[in-house]
Design a protein. Structure first.
Length: 87
């Protein structure tokens, strides 16, 4: 088997799911080409830029984050409403 054919077979098997089991190899490859055409249109950005933007956003919103700030007891929807006392 040629290296290119082996690579094609791996892609074909990676695409096969429950719903794709009945599709021919040609149909699977056509689906893959359509997906790659969609992905090539995705705008790219430098990770150095997007990483800084994410960091700045997280730092700006940290004051509103209930996991960092905590929830006031009177507004906590998960606070136990009462208890059961056994005496």
């Amino acid at each position: 088997m040629e290296a290119g054919q082996d690579e094609t077979d791996q892609r074909t098997w990676s695409l096969r799911g429950r719903m794709a089991q009945d599709l021919s190899e040609k149909e699977l490859l056509k689906m893959e080409v359509e997906q790659l055409k969609k992905e090539v249109k995705t705008p790219r950005a430098l990770i150095s830029k997007t990483g800084k933007e994410i960091k700045d956003y997280v730092e700006a919103e940290a004051g509103n984050d209930p996991l960092l700030k905590g929830i006031p007891e009177d507004k906590n929807p998960f606070k136990e409403k009462g208890g059961c006392l056994i005496s």
